[in-house]
Design a protein around this ligand. Sequence first.
Ligand SMILES: NC(=O)C1=CN([C@@H]2O[C@H](COP(=O)(O)OP(=O)(O)OC[C@H]3O[C@@H](n4cnc5c(N)ncnc54)[C@H](OP(=O)(O)O)[C@@H]3O)[C@@H](O)[C@H]2O)C=CC1
Ligand SMILES: CC(C)(CO)C(=O)C(=O)O
Length: 300
Amino acid sequence: MDVLVFGAGSLGTLAGALLARAHHVTLVGRDPHVSRVREEGVRVSGAVEARTTPAATTEYDGSDADLVVVTVKSFDTSAAADALATGAFDAALSLQNGLVEDELAARLDAPVLAGTATYGARLVEPGHVECTGVGRVVLGARGGGTDPRAERVGKTFRDAGIETLVAADMPRRRWEKLAVNAGINAVTALARVENGALADDPGRTLARRAARETARVARAEGIPLSNRRALTSLAEVVDATAANRSSTLQDVDAGTRTEVDAINGAVVERGEKHRLDVPTNRTLADLLRTWEAGRGVREM
Ligand SMILES: NC(=O)C1=CN([C@@H]2O[C@H](COP(=O)(O)OP(=O)(O)OC[C@H]3O[C@@H](n4cnc5c(N)ncnc54)[C@H](OP(=O)(O)O)[C@@H]3O)[C@@H](O)[C@H]2O)C=CC1
Ligand SMILES: CC(C)(CO)C(=O)C(=O)O
């Protein structure tokens, strides 16, 4: 398989380096990381150890590939899609957080598959990514059901030794992951705590409220996500990632823009469409956006 990974930061570099164990991979990223990958390949350390030599570039030149895996931050999705619209792919797969696949699908000719990743990744230095936790990639047809392309992409990932499940219920799984992120990310970022702090009150109740609101909006969208399922999943992830600093907390630590628009902001936006009030998500989104504006990483 010829695989293009668009967005070679933490997750993209990990996924690309692992995929390069079995496929021809090209990473699209930034310098100095790209130059180091060209010179020395990628070193993967931590929960997975590997050294691979994917190709790397800072400018996508419109070349075709069998598969493109999109791993930019959610707010860079439309720019990535515009760049990718010049190429031809048998399939595109997003592993991003938030509800972004529709943005890709609107601009790409290729069929866009939905995906979630619970692998943890951290770019330590140019050419070196740490796998902070072995999780799983779950992927499938964006609208649900089976799709031979999803099966092929699943095999591509598994052949490279990546834990992968091909699922027929991606719409529910995407919303379930959104409920988890809506509960964990903003709360941990605003309170400056690791995920495990949400096992106890008052963080626990706050996170549960945000997740419950997300499940309610999901149901209004026709997605069968029960409160119980969303809350169970939230508790499981809090437990499994207790020592993690959520990606939003890492953004706040680094003073960079967060994915709030695609997480709590997306819940508010979809809620409004159905005239559903989601006060917890609204407050969390407003607080993070206020932080971003104050920090100068967002225009209000
Ligand atoms: N890291 C993780 O463990 C996990 C991440 N995710 C999700 O995956 C997505 C990516 O996260 P993460 O890897 O942490 O983010 P990163 O910011 O580390 O990676 C994204 C990379 O893409 C680069 N990029 C953006 N646009 C372009 C472009 N046009 N050309 C070349 N490079 C570009 C960015 O560069 P620059 O910053 O200079 O723009 C950055 O290096 C997010 O949605 C996140 O929520 C999901 C599960 C786990
Ligand atoms: C699952 C979780 C909450 C793990 O930290 C995550 O996806 C994130 O931090 O963005």
